[in-house]
Design a protein around this ligand. Structure first.
Ligand code: MGD
Ligand code: MGD
Ligand code: SF4
Ligand code: MO
Length: 865
């Protein structure tokens, strides 16, 4: 089989992959995935999500035909319906009554035509993207400082830096291959690492210095750091004089109070002063904040003032989340920009209108995501087309967003998955190609453009997003402007259009790639636009100088006694957003099977929360329930929950019932990471778990959540359950022969069900007061024949297996116990544990967890000694 070079489906690191298709019969697709040694982003490395991509290319749950209401229809019917509803909405209510809400998971070519259709032809600015929830603050900060949304760094700078500051980034979990490059740099040149994050994440545990600042303390910290560098004479006055515009009173107005412990601040300042080769990598702890743009500029100010930008090993480095967050920014996916980094000034608009031959170029910016859903809610927007994103889960105050979707006269959803929380509101669902089927380009965090290539034939009737958009445009009467035969044709037009950027003083320039033949496009190698360091001596502002921005830290918050805690949200290592793909992989679901509420021991004691119990989080917007995890990794007063669980994966564990609609005033980005909250214990009358090959949607429960378990083919689901009333076992269990045991005195009940072929179809374990058995062994029996009844009811084998402890290395199946044993026997480093057990030697995503286990094992050894 041929090896096909493509790019990972997930994060903005943009790792290259070589894929060898080993089966492509519909329904049984299989592929061998390896890191592409020749791709500059990863040089062969992959993380757990990339490594296990093959587990998520099956057709389970796919949307394979267009659907109107509940009826599958042909493409002509579906496309006519979309165009007709759009046309009548515009005729009756004007162009601003329609909107597109799109995504950094579209390819550049899809994004380009979506933006062209809305801004150039429908004539409204109402196209915004989930990058509003993700990168908008970094975009605004870049534009304020540099005059253009430009990342001045390259991954190679991480290899060349002597000091790396990570701000609001759980790199080891969310950008694991960048993390591996940082690990390598530390091993090779002793690079120092500082993590600035209120939480002690696995990333923070590995740092030389962890600055556990208060939520949203970043502007104060960075402005104070700049004041301190100036006081120490460490700023680069010559660079500033030649290359920056410094506002009057900039230095006089600098905030001097860092807001963190004085000793920690002194250590940080010493590290920064001592290491001119410094990269500051920032992510959602910076962007997703009501002061997100200011945080970005506080970081950039420090780099400009110290001349630490635009040379090897230096720079303020905003990293992107989604695979094509950057490509979307380039083609104008955000409501407040035109394509090719252009704005809405008259001359820029005129050039865009002329290039597209656009009859109705929009007059100005459209509505940003949060405002857009408000306009849907109050009826200004009457037609909404959602592409490649799941806003019913991922938007803040998602209850409000669901109300808006429910009221909207027309909701069109393009997705590869049939049933998502958002799709449940759609009038028309359009089946899109997914990763491994679609073809086009993505741009990663370091401005490197790579090809995603198709590995499989399109399943069912699914079509590429670009094609669906162009087909609708043609039905609206704009066929000529959307007569693209292929992604290559779109690429050529877009690359040619970047000439406009140059005309308006911007650096984005793909014109050398505008004449690619189809064959050149097919063979395109990864390349970086703007070169390694586009910003050093000249900046794309009218003066050619960068701008320092005067900043005032947010005023100290007044805590509302009704909501005394601060709710932070974010990601798990092995789940991707709303779990529509990673949630199907048993391997990736092993790392965290349930969404956990992380809470400091003092707060747990104060609120009466027990580790492993349930708790309800309440905010001004809503409430949600999670399993409690008591951990000193949280600051007192701060709590954390993951963003991933949806209504399909649980009934009450959806994080975005909680954050409000507040946004950063410059970027419109919501503040997902700092919501006033309170926590209350939940004491259900009974608790239980269900391992099952089917996928019931439990009703009448106080709480449930589920995760994939078992083997890829014969596996099933593991449900955690809790309730107050009677348990309706018949609704949970499939039909079949039942084995049952119960102990009414202890309120214990256990039921196993065998299917017609004798294999284990489901097993349910309930208790009113006692302990529940371990889940792993039961889950592993699903689909197996001949499991002894006594074993099933006891939930363990009669000859006990050696206890493995939690599974740490997914690639090699190594548990906690083996790693701790190796550490106690003298393997004192992650590498030594790898040699002894093989753990951590494949994808490497578990290495921070191994490091923690070594630490614990060694400290136990010391205590024992
Ligand atoms: N495994 C996995 N990887 C992913 C994704 C995924 O879903 N799963 N999604 C991708 C996407 S789209 C994105 S955007 C990235 C996100 O990548 P990250 O930004 O690294 O991820 P998060 O967990 O959202 O948040 C990062 C950290 O910000 C911290 N934080 C919260 N408040 C503050 C604050 O006020 N100041 C500071 N300094 N820090 C704060 C949080 O405690 C958290 O540890 O990940 C990408 N990679
Ligand atoms: N509380 C909280 N909320 C957050 C965040 C947070 O940190 N905390 N982070 C925010 C951030 S940074 C982000 S990026 C968002 C992500 O949030 P979403 O974008 O809503 O999350 P995904 O699950 O990635 O949704 C992508 C959808 O597109 C579908 N899809 C995948 N590929 C394609 C394709 O090629 N074409 C089409 N048409 N569909 C496709 C998938 O099946 C899935 O349904 O969440 C945001 N929400
Ligand atoms: S770091 Fe992991 S998820 Fe991100 S692109 Fe690379 S392999 Fe994919
Ligand atoms: Mo994101």
């Amino acid at each position: 089989m041929d090896k096909i070079r493509t790019t990972c489906a997930y994060c903005g690191v943009g790792c290259g992959i070589t894929a060898e298709v080993t089966g492509s019969v519909t329904g049984a697709r299989s592929v061998v995935i390896r890191g592409d040694a020749d791709h500059p982003a990863n040089a062969g490395r992959l993380c757990s999500k990339g490594t296990h991509l093959g587990e998520t290319v099956g057709l389970e749950g796919r949307l394979l035909a267009p659907i109107i209401g509940d009826a599958a229809v042909g493409w002509d019917v579906a496309l006519d319906a979309v165009a007709e509803r759009m046309r009548t909405t515009i005729a009756e209510h004007g162009p601003d009554s329609v909107a597109f809400y799109v995504s950094g998971q579209l390819l550049t070519e899809d994004y380009y035509v979506a933006n062209k259709l809305m801004k150039g032809f429908i004539g409204s600015g109402n196209i915004d993207t989930n990058s509003r929830l993700c990168m908008a603050s970094a975009v605004a900060a870049h534009t304020r400082a540099f005059g253009e949304d430009l990342v001045p760094c390259t991954y190679d700078d991480l290899d060349a830096a002597d000091l790396i500051l990570l701000v609001g980034s759980n790199t080891a979990w969310c950008h694991p291959v960048i993390w591996q490059r940082i690990e390598a740099a530390r091993a090779a040149r002793g690079t120092r690492l500082v993590v600035i994050d209120p939480r002690r994440t696995e990333t923070a545990e590995q740092a030389d210095l962890h600055v556990a600042l208060a939520p949203d303390g970043d502007v104060a910290l960075f402005t104070a750091l700049l004041a301190e560098m100036r006081a120490r004479g460490a700023t680069d006055e010559a660079y500033l004089a030649d290359h920056a515009e410094t506002p009057e009173d900039f230095w006089a107005d600098l905030n001097p109070a860092p807001g963190v412990d004085a000793g920690v601040f002194a250590q940080l300042a010493d590290l920064v002063a001592a290491h001119p080769r410094m990269v500051t990598l920032f992510s959602q702890g910076a962007n997703q904040s009501l002061s997100g743009t200011d945080k970005g500029n506080a970081i950039i100010n420090l780099h400009l003032a110290m001349g630490r930008i635009g040379q090897p090993g230096c720079g303020p480095f905003s990293i992107t989340g989604q695979p094509n967050a950057m490509g979307g920014r380039e083609v104008g996916g955000l409501a407040n920009m035109l394509a090719c980094h252009l704005g809405f000034a008259d001359d820029e608009r005129a050039d865009v209108a002329a290039f597209w031959n656009a009859p109705n170029l929009c007059a100005g910016p459209g509505l940003k995501a949060v405002e857009m859903f408000r306009a849907v809610h109050d009826g200004r927007i009457k037609f909404l087309w959602v592409m490649a994103t799941n806003p019913a889960v991922s938007m803040p105050d998602a209850t409000f967003v669901r109300e808006a979707l429910a009221r909207c006269p027309t909701v069109v959803v393009s997705d590869c998955i049939a049933d998502t929380d958002t799709a449940r509101f759609a009038h028309i669902r359009l089946p899109a190609l997914g990763w491994g089927e679609k073809d086009g380009t993505v741009t990663n965090s370091e401005r490197r453009i790579s090809r995603q290539r198709a590995l499989f034939a399109p399943p069912g009737a699914a079509r590429a997003d670009w094609r669906i958009i162009c087909d609708v445009a043609a039905r609206m009467g704009w066929g000529e402007a959307f007569a693209f035969a292929s992604p290559a044709a779109i690429w050529r037009e877009y690359a040619a259009m970047t000439a406009l950027a140059g005309r308006h003083g911007k650096l984005l320039d793909l014109t050398p790639h505008a004449a690619l033949s189809d064959a050149d496009y097919a063979a395109m190698q990864p390349f970086q636009w703007g070169g390694e360091h586009p910003l050093r001596r000249r900046f794309p502002t009218p003066s050619g100088r960068a701008r320092l921005v005067s900043l005032t830290p947010p005023s100290p918050e007044v805590r509302d006694p009704a909501f005394p805690l601060r709710l932070n949200t974010g990601r798990y290592r092995d789940q991707w957003h709303t779990m529509t793909r990673t949630g199907l992989s048993p391997t990736l679901s092993t790392h965290r099977r349930e969404p956990l509420l992380e809470v400091h021991p003092d707060d747990a004691a104060a609120q009466g929360l027990a580790d492993g119990g349930l708790a309800r989080v309440e905010t001004a917007s809503g409430s949600a329930t999670f399993r409690v995890c008591v951990t000193a990794g949280q600051r007192p007063g701060d709590i954390f929950v993951p963003m991933h669980w949806t209504d399909l994966m649980g009934n009450e564990a959806r994080a975005n019932r909680l954050p409000g609609q507040g946004v950063d005033p410059h970027s419109g980005q919501p503040g997902f990471k700092n919501t006033p909250a309170r926590v209350l214990p939940v004491s259900p009358a009974w608790r239980g778990f269900l391992a099952t090959c089917a996928a019931p949607e439990p009703t009448g429960m106080l709480w449930w959540s589920r995760a994939r378990v078992g083997h890829e083919d014969s596996g099933g689901w593991l449900y955690e359950l809790a309730g107050d009333g009677a348990v309706d076992c018949d609704a949970l269990l499939p039909p079949g022969a039942r084995l049952e045991a119960s102990d009414p005195a202890r309120g214990m009940r256990r039921i196993a069900v065998r299917g017609p072929d004798g294999t284990l179809a489901a097993a349910l374990y309930l208790t009113r007061s006692g302990q529940l058995p371990a889940r792993d062994w039961v889950a592993a029996q699903l689909g197996l024949p001949d499991v002894a009844p006594t074993e099933l009811l006891a939930a363990r084998p009669s000859t006990p297996l050696p206890e493995r402890g939690a599974l740490i290395c997914l690639c090699h199946g190594i548990g906690e116990r083996a790693i701790a044993a190796a550490a106690r026997a003298g393997a004192g480093t992650v590498a030594a544990v790898g040699e002894a057990t093989a753990a951590g030697t494949n994808c490497g995503s578990c290495r921070p967890a191994i490091a923690r286990l070594i630490g614990t094992a060694l400290s136990r050894n010391t205590e024992a000694a």
